[in-house]
Design a protein around this ligand. Structure first.
Ligand code: NAP
Length: 495
């Protein structure tokens, strides 16, 4: 089988032990768990399996490093270390992408893109570290000064999912580190190798021992309970399912720790009759089929105006049927395997339920002939808002097309969800674009684009899609306390 030319990762990046208190170590029990390649199910590594005890030690080591990181280093010194980390990540981009494709399955070109995207958060927050300004507020008394300080919150616990094993890590921990917070990271059990490789480069960049900790483990429950509930944890930042997000929020309540949660979505993608149809098809392919449809912001319900429904469906099917499916290292591949068998079962169940309820399969609709984790890129027509595929997050390469007739109707349909993460609208009408941007109850709205992610913009959800924002200056605000310093006794020189 032909493969693209990829960089083979050097041994120094392939760590399988956890990183605690500045040391690479196995778990106390010596147990490990396997990491598999979703393309073929082969085991690619055995990684240290940690639990509550080691997580506690990681939190304590983070706390021990806190004062030095927050006050022993100036913002400029922290920025310089982050910048070195960024340079190292960029220099090892292809090797990191190889690790990412091996454990996550996404096409190598997409993995390279994720490394660049993930690194941009380190670069941005290296700069932002030096811009955490305070304020001096005009006082209401001549002998008093009102000063507002920004201070790091303290130990940050970060829990990340498998769909973006690198970018989800950097977009959480780069702002925390920039703000002066030490972190304890728990990556997803399917994709720990990318996170460990990032920690290798962080160590090399010069973060002091204890400032960056990575706890790997197969059972997330005891690790998560410790991370969210420990009295020394001051902020929990999580990306993953709404179900686990709620659990962590409840656990963090015990110590009134801050939470920022990036949770599930059910994104509407609205195509009006005046849209540029080719641009809308292109936007939908970018939104829906990136990472094989396993992104939280991807279109989950495609609302198409009845006047252009058939024309749009025809162009979409022509594009989707051409999407090359295959292993991440095969040339030109755009659709890789889903993360595991459970994901395949769920996606196919959504398609089956829709088909049984009257939806038409325009292309795809089955397991791909390669077998394993591969599913055909699929377009469904005549989908009804009540079908499971339109109510739940499918997290796979399935585009369900729904029909609408008017603007008010589609706003009501689009907002009829407990989620509120991302939405897309395609129209050439400027007034309509503004109205839709304002009326859609979603944290991010893309107008005439399918892909909105940027380190410069705040991303996050409304309703049950989460709390808090990642990216931009808002992202660092999640890890900063606002302190009011009241200074009295400034007597006038000439009373
Ligand atoms: P998940 O099951 O919630 O897992 C996410 C992370 O939470 C993993 O590290 C997982 O560990 C950990 N976890 C699971 N149970 C836990 C517990 N009881 N306590 C503490 N941690 C626990 O989600 P997923 O299925 O991997 O990811 C897909 C979901 O993430 C989708 O709903 C998607 O929309 C959402 N997502 C949201 C965003 C966003 O920005 N809003 C971005 C990407 C994904 P293990 O791996 O060990 O199970």
């Amino acid at each position: 089988m032909t493969t693209v030319a990829v960089a083979r990762p050097s041994a120094d990046l392939l760590r399988t032990e956890a990183f605690l208190a500045g040391r690479w170590q196995p778990g106390e029990t010596g147990r490990t768990f396997p990491v598999t390649n979703p393309d073929n199910g082969e085991v690619i590594a055995h990684v240290a399996d940690l639990g509550a005890a080691e997580t506690r030690r990681a939190i304590e080591s983070a706390e021990a490093s806190r004062e030095n990181w927050a006050r022993g280093h100036t913002a400029k010194q922290r920025a310089a270390i982050l910048r070195r980390w960024f340079d190292l990540v960029v220099a090892r981009r292809e090797e990191l992408a190889t690790i990412l494709t091996l454990e996550q399955g996404k096409p190598y070109a997409e993995a390279c893109g994720e490394v660049t995207f993930g690194a941009s958060y380190i670069d941005f927050y290296a700069q932002e570290a030096t811009r955490l300004y305070g304020e001096v507020v005009p006082s209401d008394r001549p002998d008093r000064r009102i000063v507002v300080l920004t201070e790091p919150v303290g130990v940050v616990a970060a829990i990340t999912p498998w769909n973006f094993p690198l970018a989800m890590v950097t977009r959480k921990i780069a702002p925390a580190l920039a703000a002066g917070c030490p972190v304890v990271l728990k990556p997803a059990e399917q994709t720990p190798l990318t996170a460990l490789a990032l920690a290798v480069l962080a160590e090399r960049a010069g973060f002091p021992p204890g400032v960056v900790n990575v706890v790997t483990g197969q059972d997330p429950e005891p690790i998560g309970r410790e991370l969210a509930g420990h009295r020394l944890t001051r902020a929990v930042t999580f990306t993953g399912s709404t179900e686990v997000g709620k659990l962590l929020m409840a656990q963090a309540a015990a110590t009134v720790s801050r939470v920022s949660l990036e949770l599930g979505g059910n994104a509407p993608f609205v195509v009006f009759e005046d849209a540029d149809l080719d641009a809308a098809v292109h936007g939908l392919i970018g939104s829906k089929f990136r990472a094989s449809g396993q992104t939280c912001v991807c279109a989950n319900r495609v609302f198409v105006h009845e006047a252009i429904y058939d024309a749009f469906a025809e162009r979409l099917v022509a594009a989707v049927a051409e999407l090359p499916v295959g292993g991440g290292f095969e040339p030109g591949v755009q659709i890789g395997p889903l993360i595991d068998d459970r994901a395949v079962t769920k996606v196919l169940a959504h398609v089956e339920q829709a088909r049984a309820a009257g939806a038409r399969v325009l292309t795809g609709g089955s397991k791909h002939r390669r077998g394993g984790g591969y599913v055909d890129p699929t377009v469904l027509a005549d989908v009804d808002p009540a079908m499971t595929v339109a109510r739940e997050e499918t997290f796979g390469p399935v585009a369900p097309l729904l029909r609408f007739a008017g603007e008010d109707e589609v706003v009501a349909l689009a907002n009829d969800s407990e989620y509120g993460l991302a939405a897309n609208v395609f129209t050439r009408d400027l007034g309509r674009a503004w109205r839709m941007g304002e009326r859609l109850e979603y944290g991010t709205v893309g107008i005439n684009t399918g892909v909105m992610s940027s380190e410069l913009a705040p991303a996050g959800g409304m309703k049950q899609s989460g709390v808090g924002r990642e990216g931009s200056r808002h992202g660092i605000g999640e890890f900063v306390e606002t302190k009011y310093l009241c200074i009295e006794g400034i007597a006038s020189a000439n009373p």
